[in-house]
Structure formats: structure tokens, C-alpha cells
Design a protein around this ligand. Structure first.
Ligand SMILES: [Mg+2]
Length: 346
């Protein structure tokens, strides 16, 4: 980290008064030296993840710089927090690197983005311990690295599901991909100011732009050893359940009627097969999908901080196969595909 970046981050930290978090998290030396120093103990495992967001690929700028800095700064951190949660760990430290083109640089865009990201992270108890800022020729690039902690040996892997385990999902499904379709359809502006937006479509767009990682659920499932396997929903339920099945050498049966559809879908007039398809195949809900033994399922809280967990199916011995049960019939559910109703064999 160069002196300029250090000064920027130092001044942000002071203005946001983030110092109080440091000692509590075992931070020996944070921003200001060549590298951060974190105190480790042998009772804990460290969990690390990184996400790279590239303008034009992972997000588009609206031209409303204030909104863009807020949305992108928050989102960059949120997707990494979700990965830490999916390991059953508690997020602790953040490293954030930002590249911005000259024009945005001169308008303080990098500072605004960092400030938003740091504020959001600190609200969740995560300290920024490093990062870098550079200019790019054209596009905005953000790299977010989050480190989390979990009691030794308790990280929840994708490979731990056992036949007969119950399958659960937090929150609701399909909202984020509906929001993406609304944005891509150009019917609304990303700035949230589009006059034609109803509160339902505005809510769906927010589900896309401002995902809420299930940090408390993830930490609880790890700390109490409740989840046998877990993943966060980034690609979509039909793809992500397959990751658990493959890694666990098992299969799954999902009950269509049990899927917790995002209530905003119906409010926005998205129902029936359209809603089901978004819930099954739409990505970026950043909910947690996890398996729990039948015995441990009884000890599962029905909600945490107002977020429910819903049982949606069961782990089966049909290795690598996911079946969707709908109206009493079980059909093969392929990742991302929805070509099954009405014309596939059982
Ligand atoms: Mg993930």
C-alpha cells in the first residue's frame, strides 16, 4: 500500500471511527505498515475468500456516482461475506482493492466507494485491514478479500451431506434474478428514482443490487455444528444444490411447493412457472443452502434476526441426481435448465 492510499484509508478510518473494532478482533497492526498482522490462536481456523467485480461484467455504472459508489462498495463486501457465512464462519477482516479510471478518480469515486464499503463492513463487525487503490485505463475494478474465523475443524464444507439429511434454505428465492431482469429490461433506472417503479419492483431491484448475506445464520450453523454441508446461492438453487450433491456423493429431492418464493414476486405480478423458474434457476439471492441431520433439524431455530430457514427437501442416495417433486411427480432437475415439465421421463 502506498502513502497516498494509506493516508486515504487512514483518514476514512478516523472519520468513520472504526478503531474500536480492532482490539476485539486480534488486530495487532492494521493499515499503515507494509502488511497487516493478525493474531492467531490454535483454537481457530481462518477462512479466506476473494471476489473480483469488474465493470461491464459484474456490474454497470448508472452515471449517478453517489449511488454507484454505495451499491458497488456494499456489494463487493457482501458477496465475500456470503462466502464466509457459507463456511459456517464469522467474518472478521476485509482487504479491499479498487481500480478506477482517471475521470472518476478526480471526482473522488474511489474514496466514496471505500467509505461505503468500510461503513457497511463495520456494521457487521468486520474491520478493513488493508487494500490498494490504483487507476485503470477504462473500467472500475473492485477486489474484495474477507477473512473469517471458525472453531478449529468446524468449517462447514460442501462435502458433508449424508443420505436422509434435511435440506434447508434461508430467506426467500428468486427476488435477485427478477430484479436483474427488471434492470436489464430497461424498464427502470438503477438509481431507484424511476417514476414507473412500484414498491415491489423497487424491492426486487434492491434484492439484486444490495444482497444481504446471511452472516448470523452462517455463524450459528457453524458454531452449533448444525449444518452437515452448506453453500451460498450465487448461481441458483438448481446449480448450487448440485455442488453439494457432487461433493457429498449424494442426490437430492426438492419439493416445489416448499420453496420460499420471494413474496415480492407475486406483488410484482410474477407467478406460477415464471416464479418457480426464478426460484430454481435465478442466481445471486445469496441465501444459504444447507443440510442438517434429522436429529439436528429439531434444534434448528425457525428464524434468526427475522430471517427464516425453510425445509425444502431431503438428501437422497441417488448420486449426482436432483429431483424436483411437483404435484406428486418427481422429475429430474438439471442445473440452470427448466426443460423438464411435461416432457421428461421420471
Ligand atoms: Mg459461494
Amino acid at each position: 500500500m502506498g502513502d497516498g492510499e494509506f493516508d486515504l484509508i487512514k483518514s476514512l478510518r478516523e472519520s468513520l471511527s472504526l478503531r474500536r473494532l480492532d482490539a476485539a478482533h486480534g488486530l495487532v497492526e492494521g493499515v499503515g505498515d507494509d502488511a497487516a498482522v493478525l493474531r492467531q490462536t490454535s483454537e481457530l481456523d481462518t477462512v479466506i475468500t476473494t471476489d473480483l467485480l469488474v465493470e461491464g461484467i459484474d456490474f454497470t455504472l448508472t452515471g449517478d456516482e453517489k449511488t454507484d459508489a454505495s451499491v458497488i462498495g456494499r456489494r463487493a463486501v457482501a458477496v465475500s461475506l456470503s462466502d464466509i457465512a457459507a463456511m459456517g464462519a464469522r467474518p472478521r477482516w476485509l482487504l479491499l482493492s479498487v481500480g478506477v479510471p482517471r475521470k472518476l478518480w478526480e471526482r473522488g469515486f474511489a474514496r466514496a466507494l471505500l467509505s461505503n464499503a468500510m461503513t457497511y463492513a463495520s456494521d457487521i463487525g468486520v474491520t478493513l485491514v488493508g487494500g490498494d487503490i490504483s487507476r485503470t485505463l477504462e473500467h472500475v475494478v473492485v477486489d474484495s478479500i474477507v477473512l473469517g474465523e471458525v472453531e478449529r475443524g468446524r468449517a462447514v464444507l460442501r462435502s458433508g451431506a449424508r443420505v436422509g439429511d434435511q435440506i434447508f434454505v434461508t430467506g426467500s428465492l428468486g427476488g435477485a434474478s427478477a430484479g436483474l431482469k427488471i434492470l436489464e429490461g430497461g424498464r427502470v433506472r438503477q438509481s431507484h428514482s424511476g417514476a414507473r417503479m412500484t414498491s415491489a419492483t423497487r424491492g426486487l431491484v434492491a434484492r439484486q443490487l444490495q444482497p444481504t448475506p446471511r452472516v448470523e445464520w452462517g455463524a450459528l450453523l457453524g458454531e452449533r455444528r448444525l449444518a452437515s454441508a452448506m453453500i451460498d446461492l450465487s448461481d441458483g438453487l438448481s446449480s448450487d444444490i448440485m455442488h453439494i450433491c457432487r461433493e457429498s456423493r449424494a442426490g437430492a429431492r426438492i419439493e416445489a411447493a416448499s420453496l420460499p418464493l420471494d413474496p415480492l414476486l407475486e406483488s410484482a405480478g410474477i407467478t406460477g412457472d415464471d416464479a418457480l423458474s426464478l426460484a430454481l434457476h435465478g442466481g445471486e439471492d445469496f441465501e444459504l443452502l444447507f443440510t442438517v441431520s434429522e436429529r439436528d433439524a429439531r434444534g434448528l431455530p425457525s428464524q434468526l434476526d427475522g430471517v427464516q430457514a425453510t425445509r425444502i427437501g431431503e438428501v437422497t442416495r441417488e448420486r449426482g441426481k436432483v429431483r424436483l417433486v411437483r404435484d406428486g411427480r418427481a422429475r429430474l432437475l438439471r442445473p440452470g435448465g427448466f426443460d423438464h415439465f411435461g416432457r421428461t421421463r421420471r
